[in-house]
Design a protein around this ligand. Sequence first.
Ligand code: C5P
Length: 235
Amino acid sequence: GAPTDLAGLQVVVSAGGTREPIDPVRFIGNRSSGRQGVAVALAAADRGADVVLVAAHVDEGVLAEASTRPSVRIVGAGTAVELGAVMAVEAESADVVVMAAAVADYRVAEVSPRKRTKEAAPEGGITLDLVENPDILAGLVRSRRHGQTIVGFAAETPGEGETLLDRGRRKAARKGTDLLAVNEVGWTRGFESADNAVTVIDAAGEVVAARRGSKRDVAEALWDAVLVVRESRAN
Ligand code: C5P
């Protein structure tokens, strides 16, 4: 599309992986680099949008790319609970919300205020109690304001008897997203890499875009799809 086809839009994009503390020095994390989410934020900025980038843990070099842009405001968030609180506030004034962050499904039930030691632990192994984190995306959908477009990402490792698309469709229906960008991940695909392959499905489960390429290419295809769903709503 034209370089300013997102002008006048306020967009909020989450990126990176949450870190759930175990004690002051340890956490449960994931392999998200933040590259795809940052690419989505930068593509929006380059197309004229006002962007809030809500950054969970994002690789340093990746975040540096976004930090020099006047139209991108960066807000940090560490844990899933923090990310949820920031998203709730930022979404209030957003036309489009994109949840590209890899959010931990669980957090440690009791975070130790001091570094845990082996001496204080039972011999042979320990058990960490985990509690479920809120689903931020589902919460954003529940409190969606009129005309707001909500986009999710789904990183999937499809198993037997179910395709990537089947899983994506079920997830889109469950979460109530306007668009869901489904991508296959694995030990060597998706995370930490420059390229990505994404299929975008709408609220009805229809495939509205499919793009394999750089994370920037995927981001551009996603914004094209956002514009299409927004135009179809306006009519
Ligand atoms: O269910 P799953 O984690 O695969 O869904 C992925 C989508 O949901 C992503 O957009 C992710 O940012 C979002 N999510 C969330 N809160 C969670 C878990 C995932 O917003 N607790």
